[in-house]
Ligand binder design. Structure first.
Ligand SMILES: NC(=O)c1ccc[n+]([C@@H]2O[C@H](COP(=O)([O-])OP(=O)(O)OC[C@H]3O[C@@H](n4cnc5c(N)ncnc54)[C@H](OP(=O)(O)O)[C@@H]3O)[C@@H](O)[C@H]2O)c1
Length: 324
């Protein structure tokens, strides 16, 4: 039996305790393709999986974590893909109900694999799927972002925040971004943000003219964000960086101001059409996806530790193969 290197989790695991194990390379089945992974990005949700979600019944155990990767088709099974085709894959239960990206190969339902013809390197490509798909959906599907908008990004110093800043400034919006750390103010300013703010939990009264807001801190600050928006403005709730996942006392009648619209984005249903839009946009504007730090697969524990400790400013990318 041929094996591959992979991370396997069965219980709550600290980043420093992550190890690479030998695990059988999966064999294809109808409707599922085998992908040789060249690189993958890390995500905040994988930290949540390691720290707590691993205990819930819907997580298959042991599970290879990771919700996105880029690579090439190693076995197309009965699908229309062809061997060697360049693809990106994300979500749809990956890293939770079926094995994910912290591996050299992955078996995945063909409808969650998308072809790409981008000239970006594997490393650059790996910064895109989950982060840019979420940025794109939040900004355009949910917030209907336009170039005359004044956009508030609450929690700008995550990988998603940097991608949103890149897209929104390219579109031509005025961008206000927040961080909860004074040391990160200059970093955000350097990304082309018009106004950076230190977020102490209260922004109401400190900002004006906001037409759209992307809430990445989450439920912890949502009510305050709703109070910062101009009439007819939209708030999109996408992140949970503040560690609060639901508001049991939320009263929509009183808590959503009149004429303000609240929406949320969930990245679980990517489509080839949206993936194409994203790569066309990056290509058209000559944009290189924003990468915080790159690690080799052998350094996966260190990469997760650095992500957990907020040491990486932007997307953490793991190179699985040398061919970049
Ligand atoms: N809805 C969806 O489908 C979807 C999809 C993708 C991501 N998300 C969510 O979007 C958020 C960002 O994800 P990501 O993978 O891009 O994260 P990430 O790159 O892992 O970013 C984490 C960084 O956010 C910053 N941060 C932590 N707590 C914060 C707080 N209370 N306030 C402000 N910033 C804080 C920290 O940097 P500093 O402390 O150094 O500032 C930390 O290093 C997460 O909540 C994730 O779950 C949602």
């Amino acid at each position: 039996m041929k094996t591959m290197k992979a991370v396997l989790l069965s219980k709550k695991t600290d980043a420093k305790d992550i190890v690479l194990s030998e695990y059988p390379i999966p064999t294809v089945k109808p409707g599922w393709v085998l992908v040789r992974i060249h690189a993958f990005g890390l995500n905040h949700s994988e930290q949540i999986l390691r720290n707590s979600e691993i205990n819930v019944p819907y997580i298959r155990k042991p599970i290879i974590p990771g919700i996105e990767y880029v690579g090439e088709i190693a076995d197309a099974s009965d699908t229309t893909f062809s061997t060697g085709q360049k693809v990106v894959a994300l979500m749809g239960g990956m890293g939770r109900s079926f094995h994910g990206s912290y591996a050299e190969y992955a078996l995945i339902p063909a409808h969650h694999v998308f072809s790409v013809s981008s000239a970006l390197s594997w490393e650059q490509l790996a910064a895109v799927p989950e982060t840019y798909f979420t940025a794109w959906g939040s900004l355009f599907e949910c917030l209907h972002l336009e170039n005359n908008d004044k956009l508030l990004i609450r929690g700008g110093t995550c990988a998603l925040g940097y991608a949103v800043i890149q897209i929104a400034t390219t579109v031509g919006c005025e961008v206000i971004a927040t961080t909860h750390k004074e040391s990160k103010l200059l970093l955000l300013k350097g990304c082309g943000v018009d106004t950076v703010l230190l977020d102490d939990g209260t922004l109401v009264g400190k900002v004006s003219g906001i037409t759209k807001a992307l809430e990445l801190v989450g439920a912890k600050t949502l009510h305050d964000t709703l109070l910062c928006i101009e009439k007819n403005g939209i708030v999109c709730h996408t992140g949970v960086l503040g560690g609060v996942y639901a508001l049991n006392t939320f009263d929509p009648i009183k808590d959503i101001p009149n004429g303000i619209y609240l929406t949320g984005f969930f990245s679980n249903t990517p489509t080839q059409a949206v993936i194409n839009h994203i790569f066309d946009f990056l290509d058209h504007h000559n944009l290189i996806p924003y990468i915080g730090k790159t690690f080799d697969f052998s350094e996966i524990a260190k990469a997760c530790e650095d992500m957990d400790n907020g040491k990486v400013n932007g997307k953490t990318v793991i190179k699985v193969t040398e061919q970049q």
